[in-house]
Design a protein around this ligand. Structure first.
Ligand code: DP6
Length: 390
């Protein structure tokens, strides 16, 4: 009898925020980068994509739903992920003919984010990592996360880093086929238990220039970019790995801030220039610089992706110093939770509090989070018995 069963698997995957930025491709089809990058995986309690994958001989086409809305699956990125994962499944089926022929079935993917999509919160990273992990589980693939990172990278470059928790490097590789452009874990989340992240959501509007087109414009027009990719990043990757291994926050912070600043500098060096930071972002930079000046050392580190949101890394032991300054200016917005009671406003002596004023109007939400784990398998399916979103 024909197999009409609906096979399903579900996973959740995290967001990652780079501290050494990926910006530039040497191959746009395979998403091969011009430099290595390194990121911190954030806790899924606050930011995650939940994805269920299903396949069945009764499905007539591939489908993808994001936050219940049907999405186009004909894009090269989705197709590359589907194709590569099917190839791995087909190899298993060839080796064991008793296995159901899932590689020949259409798939339905149902995905939900617990945060605003395309608000510059790395939703494509969590989305493609979850898609690849869920399909790999559906197909019972035994491949390691590093092997799967080769596939997730073709969905979205930064997605390859979301297959791991903790601190993750994406080594650029040199092979033309991308076989050595892979993500590896530098250290698990447990390695640095005190590391925290506060996100100041500056605008939840859709961003203007997508990372994909922005970075290609940079590659084509920025001279500064070449120096960054060839000279600056290779040295910073090594220094950042060492800072993480030694849990040296000052070194981590200084590299993080310098790399964010240089990434936005190469955006400005692009023709026409790309502006991701706005006045509120720049105010957040000044506030963090002021926190560090008053502390006499770097106890907080800002970083910005392709948008105006500010991610601030800090250590738990300095939470009062960082959140105490942010609270008076942002406590009216959502995201403080029980920290609204436990964190007390604290503006240190000599601190130039006027720098914080723009945060009052400009920050729409805060996310107080930490470092977290990679994708987690879940029994909670988003797909019903009819193969459609529940
Ligand atoms: C600024 O991974 O979104 O966040 O590969 O074209 O999908 P594509 O780009 P994407 O770029 C992320 C850029 C960044 C830096 C980073 O995450 O390393």
């Amino acid at each position: 009898m024909a197999d009409s069963k609906i096979y399903t698997a579900s996973t959740t995957a995290p967001v990652n925020i780079a501290v050494i930025k990926y910006w530039g491709k040497r191959d746009t089809k395979l998403n091969l980068p011009t430099n290595s990058s390194l990121s911190v995986t954030l806790s899924q309690s606050d930011l995650r994509t939940h994805t269920s994958a299903a396949c069945s001989s009764i499905f007539t086409e591939n489908r993808l739903y994001l936050n219940r809305e049907p999405q186009d699956v004909s894009g090269a990125r989705q197709q590359a992920c589907f194709r590569e994962l099917r190839v791995l499944r087909a190899a298993l089926e060839a080796a064991d003919p008793t296995l159901p022929k899932l590689s020949t079935y259409n798939v339905h993917i149902v995905s939900e984010n617990n945060f605003p999509t395309a608000a510059g919160l790395a939703s494509s990273a969590a989305g493609f990592a979850a898609l690849v992990r869920a399909l790999a589980d559906l197909y019972c693939l035994q491949n390691t996360p590093t092997e799967l990172s080769r596939i997730a990278r073709q969905g979205s470059g930064s997605a390859c880093r979301s297959l791991f928790g903790g601190y993750v490097a994406w080594e650029q590789g040199h092979a033309a086929d991308g076989s050595d452009s892979l993500a590896v874990q530098v250290a698990p989340a447990s390695h640095w238990p005190g590391m925290r992240a506060a996100i100041l959501v500056v605008s939840a509007a859709k961003k203007d220039v997508s990372s994909t087109s922005g970075m290609q414009a940079t590659v084509a027009t920025s001279g500064l970019f070449r120096h960054r990719a060839e000279v600056v990043v290779p040295a910073r990757m090594e220094a950042m790995k060492a800072a993480i291994q030694k849990r040296n926050f000052e070194a981590f912070a200084e590299l993080t801030m310098a790399d964010s600043n240089q990434f936005h500098a190469v955006c400005l060096d692009t023709l026409p220039p790309i502006f991701y930071l706005n006045d509120v972002s720049r105010a957040a930079i000044r506030v963090v610089e002021e926190i560090n000046r008053v502390a006499g050392k770097s106890i907080a580190a800002y970083t910005f992706d392709a948008g105006p949101n500010c991610v601030i890394y800090y250590e738990q032991e300095n939470e009062a110093a960082i959140l105490g300054v942010l609270k008076p200016y942002t406590s009216g917005v959502s995201g403080w939770g029980d920290r609204r009671e436990t964190v007390h406003a604290r503006i240190p002596e000599g601190f130039n509090a006027a720098l914080c004023e723009p945060l009052k109007e400009g920050v729409s939400r805060v996310i107080l989070t930490g470092v977290g784990e990679g994708p987690v398998k879940t029994e909670e399916s988003l797909i019903g018995a009819d193969g459609l979103p529940l």
